[in-house]
Design a protein around this ligand. Structure first.
Ligand code: C2E
Ligand code: MG
Ligand code: MG
Ligand code: MG
Length: 279
């Protein structure tokens, strides 16, 4: 009996693995064509000042609309794009498109400080990254101070000195740098204090249970105080309730993103939000 269930478990496991790798393979193949077939689009999520609830910026979030697979989540296809190296070309498209959209909004005098773009650790290690960023800004005729680049702690873990050099190059070119999903990675505070970061983004996992979990409250409070001491601002991710907002305000958090304010929306819808909310 034990043997039998063991074999069943084994074949179940193998079938599961095969199904998963078949999906990964299908995604990888489809991803190769996605850029040329124009299947990507950017959605934008407002970043708001917690005090005024005014929109101050937007985070560009990549969406892939595949004719058969439907909307594929970035959580699923970004790792595939990273493993195949395609993230470099896709990331360039994201940056070029976000820079163009930002320029379009600023030209209409819409009150927008920054557009934020996520950078994968793979892109971050790519030697041409600073030049690619400069090229995209130049093409869009966008001033670098309107661009914010979101890194994750993973970008700096392997080789903090190399990461520092790249950050300095991006910083010298005028782009703003922020640390995404802060608190979930393994960056050392010793390294963190050397990095030219303007902002820490408090990961949504800490924000989620803030009304019931005292440890999460303590962590958020500590992150905000540390950021203040290091002259950085803070943005809370995943703000969904008024209760969370009240706690974040009380702790001195500067900005927030989340469903309480708005979900990520297509570029045109974001433009409409910007017009309506900041009128
Ligand atoms: P992220 O950069 O931390 O982005 C925040 C994620 O939280 C987004 O998921 C957003 O839709 C979601 N979110 C925002 N507000 C709320 C909320 O109130 N509640 C909850 N539960 N979720 C909220 P999304 O768009 O699925 O993106 C997932 C991740 O994929 C991003 O996490 C980022 O790491 C990555 N990603 C997205 N676009 C790009 C891109 O252009 N390049 C790279 N390298 N990564 C990207
Ligand atoms: Mg992000
Ligand atoms: Mg995040
Ligand atoms: Mg995240």
């Amino acid at each position: 009996r034990a043997k039998r269930s063991g074999r069943n478990r084994h074949s179940f496991f193998t079938a599961d693995l095969e199904a998963r790798s078949a999906r990964t393979l299908a995604l990888e193949n489809a991803l190769h064509r996605a850029l040329e077939r124009q299947q990507f689009e950017l959605h934008y999520q407002p970043q708001v000042s917690l005090h005024t609830r005014q929109i101050v910026g937007a985070e560009a979030l990549l969406r892939w609309r595949h004719p058969e697979l439907g909307m594929v989540s970035p959580a699923e296809f970004i790792p595939v794009a990273e493993n195949s190296g395609m993230i470099v070309a896709i990331g360039e498209w994201v940056l070029r498109t976000a820079a163009r959209d930002a320029k379009h909004w600023l030209d209409q005098q819409l009150p927008l400080r920054t557009v934020s773009v996520n950078l994968s650790a793979i892109q971050f290690r790519h030697p041409q990254l600073p030049d690619m960023v400069s090229r995209c800004l130049h093409e869009a005729n966008l001033c670098a101070s309107h661009l914010e680049l979101e890194l994750t702690e993973g970008a700096a873990v392997d080789d903090p000195d190399a990461a520092l050099t790249v950050m300095q190059q991006l910083h010298e070119r005028g782009a703003r740098l922020s640390m995404d999903d802060f608190g979930t990675g393994y960056s050392s505070l010793n390294q963190l204090k050397r990095f030219p970061l303007g902002k820490l983004k408090i990961d949504q996992s800490f924000v989620r249970d803030v009304s019931v979990d005292a440890s999460d409250r303590a962590i958020i409070s500590a992150i905000i105080r540390m950021a203040q001491a290091m002259d950085m601002t803070t943005t809370a991710e995943g703000v969904e309730t008024e209760e969370q907002l009240a706690f974040l305000l009380e702790q001195g958090c500067d900005e927030g993103q989340g469903y309480l304010f708005s979900r990520p929306v297509p570029a045109l819808a974001f433009e409409a939000l910007l017009r309506a909310k900041n009128a």
